[in-house]
Design a protein around this ligand. Structure first.
Ligand SMILES: *Cc1c(COP(=O)(O)O)cnc(C)c1O
Length: 376
């Protein structure tokens, strides 16, 4: 059998499948030449707000800007501490440091890779102003106890929902809420490889607080509500009309995209569950999983060798993330902090190809290669 052409993320095949609709949507922008703040942007914001159910949506330049806008809108006092996981993409913490606030790195749960209220609670002190839970790899942080903790201490909660758009959180009464709509503010990214990705950079901020929404919209536009009158120091961060047009098409497919990811994950789970040296992803009972990444935990002694074996077999894989943030050179002042679970995870995680176009033949090829490595 010839080696299948397997990619970590296959945007090419997804585009081929949606080409007629996407090309038509882009052609509409090109002929109207409404490249910035065109009607496509407003339409997409409204459709996304409808998808999330009532929450106000402000689109912006990328997911990192979304987090920065959220923090700027909260008008936190100088010296504020913000609790954020160490085992995440750097953007979650970068914006805190960039704005002159202090990131306080938290460890995570070894099975879900996410923050929990129990981990956060001991880190709270009088300087703590906010928590940034990250819904890592596509499933929600257990938000109910976290929101209760935040309420008790008067803290803001900004959800970093860059990896879990479309996931549902199910609270203890059985009520479903979309990831990104539970905290005071939610942030997402439309980077091409995210579950809802555009053809460049893009992002959005969600909130159901109209005062915050208005402030965020102004900050994203140079602090301007009325043209050339600047009430606050802002930034320039916008989603352009071409990206909004692409996203509006893809939004209609988001639930289908996530279902396709889940189907692939179910295949992997079944095929790999019997291998002792591997732990397949653990799904929290209070969240659906949209598998932004399908991430195995592999016994550290085998991880890098397994990865080499996969590369030789024509299968890409990635380590998200090889170094937790408190061990990064840019955050050297945290070098002595010990966050044992985050550190162990960096030595054991391995993410397999995960996207909307994986075929059963490809999934079987990948699973067989992993099985063959452990049972030659
Ligand atoms: C992708 C990502 C971001 C940043 O999004 P960009 O659009 O690349 O700026 C932030 N946080 C997490 C967890 C992400 O995965």
């Amino acid at each position: 059998m010839s080696t299948p052409d397997i990619r970590m993320v296959d945007l090419h095949r997804q585009y081929q499948r949606l080409k007629p609709q996407i090309d038509a949507a882009m052609a509409e922008v090109l002929s109207a030449t409404t490249f910035i703040k065109g009607p496509q942007v407003t339409r997409f914001e409204q459709n996304l707000a409808t998808y999330f159910g009532r929450t106000e949506v402000v689109s912006c330049g990328n997911g990192t800007d979304a987090l920065q806008l959220a923090l700027m809108a909260l008008r936190l006092p100088a010296g504020a501490e913000i609790i954020v996981p160490s085992f995440t993409f750097v953007a979650s913490a970068e914006v805190i440091a960039l704005l002159g606030f202090t990131p306080v790195f938290a460890d995570c749960n070894a099975d879900t890779f996410n923050l929990t209220a129990d981990i956060v609670e001991p880190l709270i002190n009088t300087k703590t102003a906010a928590i940034i839970p990250v819904h890592l790899f596509g499933q929600c942080v257990d938000m109910e106890p976290l929101m209760a903790l935040a309420e008790k201490h008067g803290l803001w909660v900004i959800e970093d929902n860059c990896q879990a758009i479309g996931a549902n959180y199910i609270d203890s009464t059985g009520h479903k809420k979309k990831a990104g709509t539970i905290g005071h503010i939610g942030c997402t990214s439309f980077f091409p490889s995210k579950n809802l990705g555009c053809f460049g950079d893009g992002g959005a901020v969600f909130t159901s607080d109209p005062v915050l929404a208005k402030r965020i919209r102004a900050i994203a536009n140079h602090g301007m509500e009325q043209r050339y009158y600047h009430n606050a120091i802002g930034i320039n961060s916008r989603l352009d009309s071409l990206q909004a047009a692409v996203l509006d098409v893809k939004l209609t497919q988001l639930d289908d995209f996530n279902a396709r990811r889940r189907t692939a994950a179910t295949f992997y789970n079944k095929a790999l569950s019997g291998i002792d040296a591997i732990q397949t992803p653990v799904q929290h009972t209070k969240s659906t999983h949209v598998y932004h990444q399908y991430t195995l935990k592999v016994e550290p002694v085998f991880r890098d060798e397994l990865r080499q074996h996969l590369t030789k077999t024509g299968i890409p894989s990635m380590i998200y993330y090889p170094v937790p943030l408190h061990r990064q050179a840019a955050y050297v002042q945290y070098a002595n902090q010990r966050l044992p679970i985050s550190e162990q995870l960096s030595d054991s995680v391995l993410s397999l190809p995960m996207h909307t176009e994986l075929t059963t033949i490809e999934l079987a090829y990948i699973a067989d290669a992993i099985t063959a490595f452990f049972r030659p």
